[in-house]
Ligand binder design. Sequence first.
Ligand code: PLP
Length: 396
Amino acid sequence: MVTYLDHAATSPPTREVLEAVWPYLVQVTANPASVHTPGQQAREGLERARATAAAALGCRPGEVVLTSGGTESDGLAVLGIAPAVATARGRDRHLVTTAVEHSAVLEPARELERRGWRVDVVGVDGEGRVDLDALAGAVTERTALVSVMHANNEVGTVQPLAGAGGVAALCAERGVALHVDAVQSAGVLDLRELWALGSATGGVAAVSVSAHKLGGLRGSGLLAVRSGTPLEPLAIGGGQERGRRSGTVDVASAVGLATALSAAAARRDREVVRLAGLRDRLVAGVLAAGAAAGVEVALTGAPLGAGRLPGHASFVVPGLSGEVVLAELDLAGVACSSGSACAADSDDASHVLVAMGLSDDDARSAVRCTLGWSSAEADVDALLDALPTALSRSRL
Ligand code: PLP
């Protein structure tokens, strides 16, 4: 039995998702754009799923654009909304984002730069929290789009989006649209509160969600786009999703996404407490194991509490290679990760940890343990049982 502690990379689909999806894989299988009866049945399932997802987000069904996941949603926001806003609203070709965004935002931002855009990448503090003064200095009334994530995938830090002086208010005051990558927070933070941080005139205008981080299917997600927000589609063709994302819609995936979102919203309060309890025991145990083994282990990101995702624990073990520790844990049947699964096959030190002020070497010693819906006390026990040997063998 493998102990799975890598929910930030992906979570297994929940049983309720599999049960909800099954009829749309074997019975209701027509193209939802077809006018015949089976097509209409598929369309009904699709629109029900869209309405359910919209309710979980607090937006209107027509504001939900179904996509193939977080990467496509982020790309559509940066490459689809920013240029459309610049044209439609006469804004500067200017994007503001942060140094700790996922590559799904940073790479499209670089693409805009290659096209001649000015891109300001705002730094973060030692816990990975965006520098609000720097952000306030970078965003002007002429900025086309700001993109700041809800919570970080590598260190679990929740960004200060809400409240006076927060990112959303700062954008709203300047009449600027804000895109939020909520891929890691969906399911554990309140997306309705997030959506309420915007209006037709500024603040949160687009939110990215990926189904597979909260028990839906891989290859499925959505971008919520506030009505009135200009958007140039990236996938053009048959005009599905009201022309914002062409391609035959995968009804089963949409049903899975909606089921996962609404189920997560319904049990969120309990689940947050449960995950934080497991996580706090895990962190205390890992720090104690380091002390007992004479190995320096430090928590990275925000301290345990409301400013951090409840199921997220991330460490550095300076002096050791994170990859070696992970390989030793893997040998013991415990699956953790170094940080971003997407950069796992690259030798580069994590851009997130480096932006937080860590040296390249320390950043290469990262170990991330993330919990989700299927995690239990036994998973924490298994990690803590395996850790002393893994640490001592990593020192050899
Ligand atoms: N944004 C964040 C913060 C992520 O953690 C991830 C995936 O790890 C993505 C975007 C990409 O999502 P997807 O895997 O659905 O393409």
